[in-house]
Design a binder for this molecule. Structure first.
Ligand SMILES: Cc1cc2nc3c(=O)[nH]c(=O)nc-3n(C[C@H](O)[C@H](O)[C@H](O)COP(=O)(O)OP(=O)(O)OC[C@H]3O[C@@H](n4cnc5c(N)ncnc54)[C@H](O)[C@@H]3O)c2cc1C
Length: 559
C-alpha cells in the first residue's frame, strides 16, 4: 500500500495511516542527537512515516528555572538536530504545551502507530512519562522507551541491590559490575524508504523559537558578549569529543589520566563535555567507550586505571541515588540528607550569587557562572564550600537553586548530589571534613598569575598580584593606583574567613554530637580513597590516584 492508495480508498490520510502505515513519532526531550539513540532506531523499525518532535512544556530538559545561557544552548542543540534531520529530508517539529494534550492531537492528526523516547531516569519526570504511557495504552499506540542517557538503567541497579539504592559508591560499583559492562553505542539511524513529511508552512507552525520567544532574556550584557562560547548541538559535541580525545591521548602517553582535573585550565577554551552530556548531544556510552578503547590502544599492555572514567561513574551513581527520590534536591523529606540547621539569609545569598562577597576568588567564579554558564570543578567546590560549611553556613539547597538556574550543564541529580557532598549533608562519613577551602589561599594556588580574577572581576584588573586575592589588605595608595577602593569600588569581605570558618566548624561539631549514638540516616563513602576520587582535585590526580593520610580533604590542608 502506498500513500496514493489513500485517495483511491477515499480515506483521510490519518485513517489510512492507522490501518496500513507504520507512523512513528520520536519525542526528543534529552538525547538531542541522532548517534547512539536506541529509541530513535526503534521508531524507524518497520516505519513508513516518521515525525521527530520536541515539546516546550515549561519544564522539559531543565527549562523550569533557566537563565539565558542554558536556554540558548538548548535552542542551539535543537537547531543542530533540525539541520541534521534536513539531510534526510525531514525537519524537527517543535510544539508548545502539555505533552499529553499535544500527543493526543498528533496521534489523531498523523495516525500515529508508535511513540518512542529515551528514558528520562530522574524521579521528577516520572509523572509526565507515566501520563504519556497511559495515553498510549488507551489509544492502543505502541510506546517504546529505551535507556541511553545513562550507562546503566538506574532502576535495574536498584533492583539488583534488593530494591534499595546502593548507599556507597563502592557498593554501586559492585552491583553495576554484576550487570556487566555498559552497552556499546548502537548504529547510526538509516532513513531509507521512510517518508519524513514536511509542511509547506513548517517554519511558521513548528519552527524552533528564540530564547526570548520562550520568555528567557539575558540577565546582563556579558551573557551576550561571552569570552568563552559554549555552543550546543550534536555536531559541536562530536567535534569537541575529537579535541578532547587528542588531549586524553597525550595524557596517557605522558603517564596520567583525567587531564581536565590534572591541570585545571581555568582560562583556556571550553573542553568540558558536561553540557553536551546533560542534554544528550553526546551519548554517554560513546564517551565512555571511546575513552576506554583509546586507552587500550595507547597502553595495550597496561590494565586500565579505575580513575579512567570515574567521573562518569559518579554521574551514574547520582542518577541511581535520585531515581526514586523525588525530594533529592531538598533537605526535608530526603532520606539520604542530614538535617543541618543552616542560616537563612537572602541578602547574603544574593551577594554570593552576584559575586559581591569581597573575596575575589569567589566573586570571579560566581561572575563566570552568571556570564558564561560554566565553571571548572575546582571553582564549583570553592564557591559551594564557601556558601555552606566553609564560611556562610547557608543551605546547600539555596546554592543548588542558583547553580540549576545558571549552569549550562545544570543537572538535577548530579548537581544535588555534589552539593550534598560538598556541604557534608550526604555521601560523606560522619562529616569528617571539618576544614574548608580558604577563599584566599585556594584561589592563589589555582590562579597563580591572577589572570582568572582579572578576567572575571575587571574592577581588580590593576590590583598588584600581592593583594589581588585580599585587596582589603592593600594600602590606600595601592588601591588608588589600581583604581579600586575597597568599600567603594569593591566590597569589604562579607565575613572574616578565619572567624567564620571556626564558627562553621563548631556548628558542624554540634551536628556531629547530635548524631552520636544514633543511626545516621545518610550514606557514607566506602573509604578515604573514595573521598579523594570524588573530590578529584589536582593534588589527587597528580599522585596518580594514590591516597596518603593528609590527602583526605585535598586542597584543604595548609590553606
Ligand atoms: C557543587 C557542584 C555542583 C555540580 N553541578 C554539576 C551539574 O549540575 N552538572 C554536571 O554535569 N556536573 C556538575 N558538577 C560536577 C563537575 O564539576 C562537572 O561535571 C565537571 O566540572 C565537568 O567538567 P568535565 O566535563 O571536564 O569533567 P570530566 O572530569 O571530564 O568528567 C567527565 C564527565 O563526568 C561527569 N562528572 C564529572 N565530575 C562529576 C562529579 N563530581 N559528579 C558527577 N558527575 C561528574 C560530567 O558529566 C563530566 O562531563 C558539580 C560539581 C560540584 C562540586
Amino acid at each position: 500500500m502506498s500513500k496514493g492508495d489513500a485517495k483511491e480508498l477515499n480515506m483521510p490520510p490519518q485513517d489510512f495511516n492507522k490501518r496500513y502505515g507504520n507512523v512513528s513519532v520520536h519525542w526528543f526531550r534529552h538525547g538531542l542527537r541522532l548517534h547512539d539513540n536506541p529509541a530513535l532506531l526503534e521508531a524507524l523499525k518497520n516505519c513508513t512515516e516518521f515525525y521527530p518532535i520536541f515539546i516546550f512544556d515549561g519544564e522539559v530538559a531543565g527549562t523550569k528555572h533557566v537563565a539565558f545561557n542554558r536556554m540558548r544552548f538548548l535552542i542551539e542543540s535543537l537547531e543542530d538536530l533540525d539541520r541534521n534531520l534536513r539531510k534526510f529530508g525531514g525537519r524537527l517539529y517543535v510544539f508548545h504545551g502539555q505533552p499529553v494534550d499535544i500527543l493526543t492531537n498528533l496521534f489523531k492528526e498523523w495516525g500515529v502507530t508508535k511513540l518512542t523516547f529515551e528514558q528520562d531516569p530522574e524521579a521528577v519526570w516520572k509523572q509526565r512519562d507515566d501520563a504519556v504511557k497511559e495515553l498510549c495504552e488507551k489509544k492502543e499506540i505502541e510506546c517504546v522507551e529505551r535507556v541511553s542517557h545513562t550507562l546503566y538503567e538506574p532502576m535495574k541497579i536498584i533492583e539488583k541491590n534488593d530494591g534499595m539504592p546502593p548507599l556507597t559508591y563502592s557498593l554501586f560499583n559492585l552491583v553495576a559490575s554484576a550487570l556487566g559492562d555498559p552497552p556499546r553505542p548502537v548504529s547510526y539511524p538509516v532513513f531509507h524508504n521512510i517518508d519524513l513529511p514536511v509542511y509547506p508552512d513548517h517554519e511558521k507552525k513548528f519552527g524552533i523559537p528564540k530564547p526570548q520567544t520562550v520568555g528567557v532574556f539575558p540577565d546582563c550584557k556579558e551573557q551576550n558578549n561571552r569570552i568563552n562560547e559554549w555552543k550546543g548541538g550534536e555536531t559541536k559535541a562530536l567535534d569537541l569529543l575529537e579535541k578532547r580525545l587528542a588531549i586524553e591521548k597525550k595524557a596517557y602517553e605522558d603517564g596520567y589520566v583525567l587531564p581536565n582535573q590534572y591541570s585545571p585550565d581555568l582560562l583556556g577554551e571550553p573542553m568540558s563535555m558536561s553540557a553536551h552530556l546533560r542534554f544528550g548531544c553526546l551519548s554517554v556510552r560513546r564517551f565512555h567507550w571511546t575513552i576506554h578503547d583509546l586507552f587500550e590502544k595507547v597502553k595495550p599492555k597496561e590494565s586500565k586505571p579505575d580513575a579512567l572514567t570515574c567521573q562518569l561513574i559518579w554521574r551514574e551513581y547520582f542518577y541511581v541515588m535520585s531515581a526514586n527520590n523525588i525530594n533529592y534536591d531538598k533537605m526535608e523529606g530526603n532520606p539520604i540528607c542530614l538535617n543541618i540547621p543552616w542560616y537563612r539569609n537572602d541578602e547574603i545569598l544574593k551577594k554570593w550569587e552576584m559575586g559581591q562577597t569581597g573575596y575575589p576568588w569567589i566573586d570571579a567564579i560566581m561572575n563566570q557562572l552568571r556570564h558564561e554558564g560554566w565553571i571548572h570543578h575546582v571553582g564549583r567546590h570553592a564557591v559551594a564550600c564557601f556558601l555552606t560549611r566553609g564560611d556562610l553556613w547557608i543551605s546547600w539547597v539555596d546554592g543548588l537553586k542558583i547553580f540549576l538556574k545558571y549552569l549550562i550543564d545544570a543537572d538535577w541529580s548530579v548537581s544535588a548530589g555534589n552539593w550534598m557532598w560538598v556541604s557534608s549533608s550526604a555521601f560523606e562519613k560522619v562529616l569528617q571534613c571539618p576544614k574548608c577551602f580558604c577563599p584566599v589561599g585556594y584561589g592563589r594556588r589555582m590562579d597563580r598569575t591572577g589572570e582568572y580574577i582579572r578576567r572575571y572581576l575587571p574592577v581588580l584588573k590593576d590590583m598588584p598580584l600581592r593583594y589581588l586575592f585580599e585587596p582589603w589588605k592593600a594600602p590606600l595608595a595601592v588601591q588608588q593606583k589600581a583604581y579600586c577602593i575597597v568599600g567603594k569600588d569593591y566590597p569589604h569581605p562579607i565575613v572574616n574567613h578565619k572567624e567564620a570558618s571556626n564558627e562553621c566548624a563548631s556548628a558542624m561539631n554540634k551536628v556531629i554530637e547530635s548524631f552520636k549514638g544514633k543511626e545516621v540516616p545518610h550514606c557514607a563513602p566506602s573509604d578515604d580513597l573514595e573521598v579523594r576520587r570524588f573530590v578529584c582535585l589536582p593534588d589527587f590526580v597528580s599522585t596518580g590516584g594514590k591516597c596518603t593520610a593528609n590527602q583526605l580533604c585535598p586542597g584543604i590542608e595548609n590553606l
